[in-house]
Ligand binder design. Structure first.
Ligand code: 8YV
Length: 319
């Protein structure tokens, strides 16, 4: 690190696993651009780094206000909220935290699939509400082992989900930008064709403009009244209004959602659907994995300001 503490802007609330280390090495301006714009204008010319989360927004406008900015370090694998093109045009580096959260997100995905298929949260409520004793056995649910799984996005996490689904003897297919010759699973050109051949459709593709509303009414109709949608990617990938309508009208069988269009706000219509599983964006949220993400985020900042190669820069081309 250089001799004077480097000014760093945290654009979102920092993880407690990262904050103390940053504060020990940098002069951290915690969300100053939002909390105190006048003070922010005074320090903006000195800010050389941004710390962000996977869902943070760093716009071209904000980048434009930071003439000394050199690095944006994202604690998250997704960076769809960062205007990478604006950063790169100024030679500003962007890093993220791939790899270290693959297991966690894949584990949660299988948990969500089982929760939706076997209605585990509803079963828990059934016992707590005394219905087991008053009404007898719960209605039957559906089998997951051996069912057809479609995966939208076959990157590192998608492959982790597929490997786990093999243990459930599921029939695995996927769609992605292109077929991956080294993978044994069937490739479909479009999400709609994939959905028509799936009982479970899992969304694990990057967010951003390229994938906005990739899962639309036509895809949900193709998945059908027995189908289950699982989204562990970004809320923007699914047309949430079309999803709610499909669930309300029974055109879609069920859903398990860890991500939403406007987090942390979840539409009431969605919250009122009893058999839909809802979790608050917890894909990577274990102590172990968040520690690894914090370490990698700090490692990128440390490497950059020590003049060493970045550990995990975002790829030049995302797909
Ligand atoms: C976290 C995520 O919610 O990695 C991502 O892209 O969405 C999640 O792991 C977030 O990034 C934590 O900062």
């Amino acid at each position: 690190m250089s001799e004077l503490p480097i000014d760093l802007l945290a654009v979102s609330m920092l993880s407690p696993l990262l904050a103390p280390r940053l504060q020990a090495s940098f002069t951290v301006h915690d969300r100053l651009h939002e909390l105190d714009p006048a003070a922010f204008r005074l320090v903006a010319p000195r800010i050389r780094a941004i710390a962000a989360g996977g869902e943070s927004r760093v716009s071209a406008e904000l980048i434009g206000q930071l003439p000394a900015l050199e690095l944006i370090a994202v604690m998250g694998v997704g960076y769809d909220g960062i205007d990478v093109a604006a950063a790169k045009s100024r030679g500003i580096q962007v890093t993220h935290t791939p790899g270290v959260l693959n297991d966690e997100v894949a584990d949660l995905t299988l948990g969500l699939m089982l929760s939706a298929a076997r209605q585990i949260p509803a079963a828990d409520r059934y016992v707590r509400d005394g219905k087991w004793a008053s009404q007898g056995a719960m209605p039957l649910t559906r089998k997951m082992s051996g069912a057809r799984l479609g995966i939208v996005g076959m990157g590192r996490i998608g492959q982790g989900i597929a490997r786990r689904a093999v243990a459930f003897e599921m029939v695995i297919s996927y769609t992605a930008r292109s077929a991956k010759a080294d993978l044994p699973w069937r490739f479909f050109e479009t999400p709609e064709e994939l959905a028509a051949a799936s009982d479970f459709l899992v969304v694990i593709t990057p967010g951003g403009n390229d994938t906005r509303h990739l899962i639309n009414a036509a895809v949900l109709n193709a998945l059908g009244p027995e189908g289950i949608l699982v989204n562990v990617a970004r809320g923007s990938v699914v047309d949430e209004e079309a999803l709610i309508t499909a669930l309300e009208t029974g055109r879609l069988g069920g859903a398990a959602l860890d991500v939403f269009a406007t987090e942390p706000h979840v539409p009431e219509r969605l919250r009122l659907l009893p058999h839909v599983i809802l979790t608050p964006h917890i894909g990577s949220a274990t102590a172990q994995t968040r520690q690894s993400m914090a370490d990698l985020t700090f490692g990128n900042l440390e490497a950059y300001f020590a003049g060493k190669p970045l550990l995990t820069p975002v790829p030049e081309c995302r797909f």
